[in-house]
Structures are given as structure tokens and as C-alpha cells.
Design a protein around this ligand. Structure first.
Ligand code: ZN
Length: 319
């Protein structure tokens, strides 16, 4: 501990003087606790619930913020449970960003410990009702019972752009010393998201098919934005397994829609999708709901969404 050396009864050599100064800086950082520098690092501490908002927070936070993600990289985020330490981290952070309705444990931790210093990404965009398809009344899905909208807002790049702007403003309010830097970076990422939105609009403008058969109901916003129709195997929560009756219904829907592909995901087992595709005599392909990215992956929200577009176009036979 640098600070303990300050009290050492020795003559001040150059080294100890330097240490004393360092100690004072450390103390200044600590006394600033409650402002946007809880750990004295000079950076705002941001807690993000899971990948899409963590990515945004990193893009916008730049060198002025340290972003910690509550969901382990590469793991499925729905119905995440938090450790007592993580709950404490939410309270200690300078700011928290999350999507209400994805992870009830996070919703609760933020409501209790970070209400005045948080952004619910779903609160700044127009939300859609939960999908009627799938099996929403499934017993295992209690976590989503209190949310009357579909929480997958990040899968529409235009909504993501709105969230980016809001996050830039809110981070600037929480850490006013760096407000202009947050705003600038928010503008840069908003521009990238707007360009991505344009790519999707152009790429999906003229397609032979409109139906996308997805593993769970993550693509409602993407479908609404680009004129597609989602048929989901599971509901909003990918861990819900469909009944044999539902699978038979889906096979019928795939055949009548003339769909060419059943889309599977990266973080949940593709087994059910593969079975369904075999039954219906169609292919499978991976459509990534960007709910988590493995550590060390070179992918990010933008590259994954571009891959998704590249997967959708041939599957829907777009020109
Ligand atoms: Zn999801």
C-alpha cells in the first residue's frame, strides 16, 4: 500500500517524496468516491449486464471508463444469476447499463442498488409486445413474467443507434469531466450503427422469402425493422424446449412458408433446430442473436450483425 508509507518516520528522499505524492493522488482518488471514479483509477467504473450493452459501453467509454460485464463471456445470458459480490459491484459502480427483461437478477440489483445511476436500454426505444409464437407460458419462464415487451431491442441496429446516443449522454452526466469525449464516441458508434442499418435495408429489400425460423424469439425487432416474419422454436428464453406438438406445428409452418433454412444459435444447443430442419427437409445456418461473444474472439456487434446479414440473404433468396 502506497498510502501507508506516507506515515513512515523517515527523511524524505526523492523516492519517498514521489511515493508520498503517489499516495496523495491515491487518497484524492478515494475521497472522490461517489463521483465518477470509485476506484481511484481515474476512470469511471461501468457495469454492463451482458454483451450488446457492454460493447456499446466500451465503444463509448473508450479510455475514460472501465467496463465490467456481469455475464461470463460466451455464456447464455437469459436468467443469469448474480453472486453477492456482483450485486455489490452493481452498487459500487459509477454507472450501470442493462436491458430490463433479459435478466431479472440484474433488473433487481439495479433497482435496489443503482437506480439513479443506470440506463435501461429498452427504456429509450419503442418496444414491441412479446412474441405470440413459441411457448411463453412455459413453466420455466417465470423470469420474464413481469415484462410486457420483447427485450431483444439490440437486434435492430437503428434502435441500437438510439441507445448509443442515450448512453453517451447518460455517461456524460455521470462523469461530467469526460462528457464531451463520451458524446463524441457515441456519435461515432451511432454513425456505424446507422450505416449497418442501411446495409440491412438494402440487403433485405428484395427477397423471395420473408419468414425466418429462429431458435428463440430474439429477432422480433430485426424482423419488424426489415419486413421479415419470425417463427421461433422457443420463446423469448432459449432454454425453453418446445413440445412435440409445437415441433409438428413448426414443420407445417416451414413447409407452407417455403422457408429454406432453420436458424440455430451460437450459445444454445442446435439439436432441436437440426431435428426440425431434417423433419421439414431444409438446411440449417447460424443466426447469432449477439447475446454473448467468447473471450478472445475477434468478432464484435458490428461484424456479427454483418455475418447475420450474409446468412440471411441467401437463405431468404434476396437479390
Ligand atoms: Zn434472447
Amino acid at each position: 500500500m502506497l498510502t501507508s508509507r506516507n506515515t513512515a518516520p523517515r527523511p524524505l528522499s526523492t523516492t519517498t517524496a514521489a511515493l508520498a505524492v503517489a499516495g496523495l493522488i491515491g487518497l484524492t482518488g478515494l475521497t472522490a468516491c461517489g463521483g465518477a471514479d470509485a476506484d481511484g483509477s481515474g476512470k469511471a467504473e461501468v457495469v454492463a449486464s451482458f454483451y450488446p450493452v457492454a460493447w456499446l459501453a466500451r465503444e463509448i467509454g473508450g479510455n475514460d471508463a472501465t467496463v465490467r460485464t456481469l455475464t461470463k463471456p460466451g455464456s447464455e445470458p437469459h436468467d443469469l444469476e448474480l453472486t453477492p459480490r456482483q450485486i455489490a459491484d452493481v452498487g459500487k459502480a459509477d454507472f450501470a447499463v442493462y436491458v430490463k427483461g433479459v435478466q431479472p437478477a440484474v433488473d433487481e440489483a439495479v433497482a435496489k442498488h443503482a437506480k439513479d445511476k443506470s440506463l435501461d436500454a429498452a427504456s429509450v426505444v419503442k418496444t414491441l409486445p412479446p412474441p405470440a409464437e413459441g411457448e411463453e407460458e412455459h413453466e420455466g419462464d417465470q423470469g420474464h413474467a413481469d415484462v410486457e415487451y420483447d427485450p431483444h431491442v439490440w437486434l435492430d441496429p437503428s434502435r441500437m443507434a438510439t441507445i448509443a446516443t442515450a448512453l453517451g449522454d447518460r455517461l456524460g452526466a455521470a462523469d461530467s469531466a469526460h462528457a464531451s469525449a463520451y458524446k463524441e464516441r457515441a456519435q461515432a458508434v451511432t454513425a456505424k450503427l446507422t450505416a449497418l442499418d442501411q446495409q440491412f435495408r438494402d440487403g433485405l429489400k428484395t427477397c423471395k422469402h420473408k419468414s425466418i425460423v429462429t431458435a428463440h424469439a430474439a429477432f422480433g425487432y430485426l424482423s419488424e425493422r426489415y419486413g421479415l416474419q419470425q417463427v421461433s422454436i422457443a420463446g423469448v428464453d432459449p432454454t425453453n424446449e418446445p413440445s412435440p406438438k409445437r415441433l409438428a406445428e413448426l414443420t407445417g409452418q416451414i413447409r407452407s412458408a417455403g422457408a429454406t433454412t432453420v436458424f440455430t444459435e451460437t450459445l444454445v444447443s442446435p439439436k432441436i433446430g437440426q431435428t426440425l430442419a431434417r423433419e421439414a427437409g431444409v438446411k440449417t445456418a447460424v443466426l447469432d442473436p449477439v447475446e454473448g461473444v467468447a473471450d478472445g474472439s475477434s468478432d464484435n456487434y458490428l461484424t456479427i450483425m454483418q455475418k447475420n446479414l450474409g446468412t440471411l440473404r441467401p437463405a431468404l433468396e434476396c437479390s
